[in-house]
Every structure is written in C-alpha cells, then in structure tokens.
Write a protein that binds this ligand. Structure first.
Ligand SMILES: CC(C)(COP(=O)(O)OP(=O)(O)OC[C@H]1O[C@@H](n2cnc3c(N)ncnc32)[C@H](O)[C@@H]1OP(=O)(O)O)[C@@H](O)C(=O)NCCC(=O)NCCS
Length: 258
C-alpha cells in the first residue's frame, strides 16, 4: 500500500488559504458538482469529496475485480468532464458504467490478459473520518491507474510507431481522477505508485503513455511530471479518428522529485 497524504493533525478550519493538502485551495479548487454535469444521484458522493477535511487520507492500493463498478463510475465522470469538447457527443453519451467496468474486468482474467503478471492496476481510495454520531469512516475510490507491457497497437487496434514499444517497456494505459478530487495531488500520487509497481514488474526502464493531442490538461500534468513527446498517432473511438501523442520517460521518473 502506498500512502502519501497523512493526517495533518487538525480539523480546525484553515486560515492560511490552503486546503489542508499543502496546496492553495483557490482558485484551483474543484468545480461545483452542477458544473461537472453530474447526475443528482452522485451529488452526495461529490458533497463528501468537496468538503474533504485535512484528516481525510488518500491511499493507493492494488485494485480488485470488485472495485470495477466504482472505477467505472469515476472514469465516466472524469471523461464527461474532460472530453466533452474533445470527443463526439454520441460516443460520450453512449458510454455506460457497465461497459467500462466490463472492459477493465478483463485485466484480472489471465485468459484475456496474458500479461497479468507484468501489469499493474491501482486505485486511490479516500477515507473520510466518521461524521458526527457515526462510527464508521467512509471509503471512496477517487482515482485509478492501469498499465502493462507497451502495446504495439492502441486499445482500438490503431498502429503505433514501431520505435515506441522498442524503446519503452512499460505503458501507462489509463489514469483518471474523479473531477472533484482533481488538482489535489491524487494524480501525482497514483502516477508515483504506478512507477514503483512498474519498476518491480518490468525493471528495464522506459515508460510511455498516449494522450489525446487536444487534452491540454492531461498534457500539462504529464509535462509537470517530466514527460516529453516521443511519438504521434491516431486513436479510433466510436468510428472517428482522433490525433494522439505519446509522452515518454526513458528512465523511470522519481515522481516525488519532479
Ligand atoms: C490528468 C489527471 C489524471 C491529473 O490528476 P490530478 O490529480 O488532477 O493531478 P495532480 O493534482 O496530482 O497534479 C500533479 C501536478 O501536475 C500539475 N498539473 C495538473 N494538471 C495540470 C494542468 N492542467 N496543467 C499544468 N499542470 C498541471 C499540478 O499542478 C501538480 O503540480 P504540483 O504537484 O507541482 O503542484 C486528472 O486531472 C484527470 O483525471 N483528468 C481527466 C481524465 C484524463 O484526462 N486522464 C488522462 C487521460 S490520458
């Protein structure tokens, strides 16, 4: 288990302008749920996320097959928030929690994932201390990261420049953080834990990932973590092709120092 954000030892409201995560809470705080286009049934979960207190702890742990519905729910929310203007509406609107959960569930089946031993699937789980009058803390999955040996084709079968899988042994397939939990260090924590897992599974260094060319936010995140563009290609989604770029790290980065 990887754990970065520890208790800061106080539940008093902060007066120093930070959000208790060591980061400024303004102006980069989470958007109100309504702005994220959330269904009302998710409002309660987002209310928890948006009022997280300094003692709330995020821990990264290996995912299990039982996590896939929660993972799919957060991924769908992240896609709707990040990709609305990047991907066709009919493709985005056709995505379902069941479909995404089923896609990720294949990771755990060695018949469908022959690289299971060399793959990693981690989730970031937030533990919120019990509310007044309640005994149990609440646990919510707020992020996911998944990867394995570098693919020679995209998940949709699009060709990849042959030098990419030759040079980079490990590929990060997907990383998503629930919209209300973004820009609080969860993505960095997940990425760092993935790198540590990758070092054990594939010690020959070299990490790569693909991102939509127009996904400026994710590209800013990868640049911040020391990645640079090492290839270009296309990704087919819902029958449409979208340009994408590869970010590479010739050596596994030390994410806590980037
Ligand atoms: C991309 C994503 C995973 C990043 O996770 P996150 O939790 O928001 O990122 P963090 O808060 O951990 O940011 C880590 C660092 O990257 C920087 N960063 C994050 N987003 C950035 C952006 N848009 N531009 C520039 N820097 C950025 C942060 O400032 C932070 O730097 P610091 O630690 O020095 O302060 C998340 O925003 C997300 O899920 N986006 C939607 C889905 C998506 O696009 N996934 C990627 C698909 S390829």
């Amino acid at each position: 288990m990887f754990q970065a954000h520890q208790s800061r030892g106080s539940e008093q409201p902060r007066t120093d302008g930070s959000d208790g995560w060591g980061r400024e809470s303004q102006p980069r705080g989470p958007k109100p749920a309504a702005q994220n286009g959330l269904a009302p049934r998710f409002a309660a979960r987002y209310a928890v996320l948006m009022h997280q207190r300094p003692r709330d702890v995020i821990a990264v742990r290996p995912a299990t097959a039982a996590d896939m519905t929660d993972v799919a729910r957060l991924q769908l929310a992240a896609w709707h928030a990040a990709y609305r203007r990047l991907l066709a509406d009919d493709f985005l609107d056709g995505l379902t929690i069941e479909g995404i959960a089923g896609y990720h569930a294949r990771h755990f089946d060695s018949a469908q994932n022959p690289n299971l031993d060399r793959s990693a699937f981690l989730v970031a789980e937030m533990t919120v201390p019990p509310a007044e009058g309640k005994k149990r803390p609440t646990k919510t999955i707020v992020g996911m990261v998944r990867g394995g040996p570098t693919r020679e084709k995209s998940a949709a079968g699009d060709p990849v420049p042959p030098e990419v899988p030759k040079k980079y042994v490990m590929e990060l397939f997907a990383i998503h953080v629930e919209p209300a939990a973004q820009r609080k260090g969860v993505g960095r924590q997940l990425f760092g834990a993935f790198v540590e897992a990758a070092k054990k599974k594939m010690p020959d260094a070299g990490l790569v990932l693909w991102v939509l060319k127009d996904n400026g936010n994710a590209r800013g995140f990868y640049r911040k973590l020391g990645g640079s563009v090492v290839g270009e290609g296309e990704l087919t989604l819902g029958g449409k092709k979208y340009p994408q770029v590869a970010y590479g790290w010739p050596k596994y980065p030390n994410i806590m120092q980037t």
